[in-house]
Write a protein that binds this ligand. Structure first.
Ligand SMILES: Nc1ncnc2c1ncn2[C@@H]1O[C@H](COP(=O)(O)OP(=O)(O)O)[C@@H](O)[C@H]1O
Ligand SMILES: [Mg+2]
Length: 281
């Protein structure tokens, strides 16, 4: 990797007695990097540090080779990044257009005509061009999530930080998002968190799995999936060695866990590997 857009080393962050991050390191360059982990694993904390919203207690974060310590470098970094927080507060009585235009003003886009053009561009990217005049409180949850993404795309930033961008979207919207994110990841750095392991498997060149603030895996998705080889098998009844098992539509049990000898293994999925990682003692 040439100079990474995001370089974090030995990050630690503590809230009173909770260690949200312990010694986490991450490098991300052009392409899509995904964060996976159960609720409370530290994903949002890590993304907030990357977005320069939060300062770590330990370790260092560099964005575009700069440390966000001074007002100057922070401003320089923020001009090149778009951030979609996990929970975006959008004033209900704004229209979709007004909301994105408001964020664009905060992003120092002073020229009205050019700004409005840019607002229309990002609304088009997320498929909301036709709903630009609708008030936010009349939009569906999925449309609101896409609206929140639109503001992160303003100014075509070189770094996109997206906290659960596909949460609350229906399958069709998720696939459209997938297409958009993969396109965006072609020539910029996208760092995102998701609970949808299939989205991450499809999009990411690099996945980091967090558990209780620690990195338990970092590498390409195929490598993560491979860690579950020999741990997924089928049988006629639920296997006692299974951590998880269910009866499939075809009537056989699909087991994940510690197999007894002589079973029929099946190819693992990324979510099998994820489950084994976060559930192992
Ligand atoms: N502002 C805060 N005050 C106290 N505890 C927090 C705060 N933010 C996060 N935490 C705690 O830090 C841990 C990591 O949280 P978070 O980064 O939100 O994880 P995730 O996004 O993976 O669900 C959790 O135990 C959470 O309760
Ligand atoms: Mg979170």
């Amino acid at each position: 990797m040439s100079m990474p857009t995001v370089e974090m080393t030995g990050l630690g962050k503590r809230y009173r007695r909770t260690f949200a991050l312990r010694d986490v390191s991450l490098r991300a360059g052009v392409g899509v990097t995904g964060l996976l982990g159960p609720n409370g694993a530290g994903k949002t904390t890590l993304l907030r540090i990357a977005a320069t919203v939060l300062t770590p207690d330990l370790g260092a974060a560099y964005l575009f080779g700069l440390s966000p310590h001074s007002d100057d470098t922070r401003r320089h970094i923020r001009r090149q990044l778009g951030y979609l927080p996990q929970d975006v507060g959008i004033h209900r009585f704004f229209t979709a257009f007004e909301f994105v235009d408001y964020v664009a003003i905060l992003k120092e886009m002073a020229h009205t005509r050019k700004r409005h053009q840019e607002v229309r561009r990002v609304l088009g990217l997320v498929g909301l061009a036709d709903l630009a005049g609708r008030r936010v409180h009349t939009l569906s949850g999925g449309a609101r999530r896409r609206l929140a993404l639109a503001q992160a795309l303003l100014g075509d930033p070189a770094l996109l930080i997206l906290d659960e961008p596909t949460a609350g979207l229906d399958p069709e919207q998720r696939l459209l998002f997938r297409e958009l994110l993969s396109r965006l990841g072609e020539d910029r750095t996208v760092l995102l968190s998701s609970h949808h392991s299939d989205d991450l498997a499809a999009l990411c060149g690099h996945i980091v799995v967090l558990r209780e603030g620690r990195t338990v895996f970092a590498g390409p998705p195929a490598e993560l999936t491979a860690t579950a080889r020999g741990r997924v098998w089928t049988s006629g009844t639920r296997d006692p060695g299974a951590m998880l098992a269910w009866r499939t539509g075809e009537g056989a049990y699909r087991n994940v866990g510690d197999p007894p000898p002589g079973v029929d293994f099946v190819a693992p999925q990324l979510e099998d590997a994820y489950l084994l990682l976060v559930r192992s003692p």
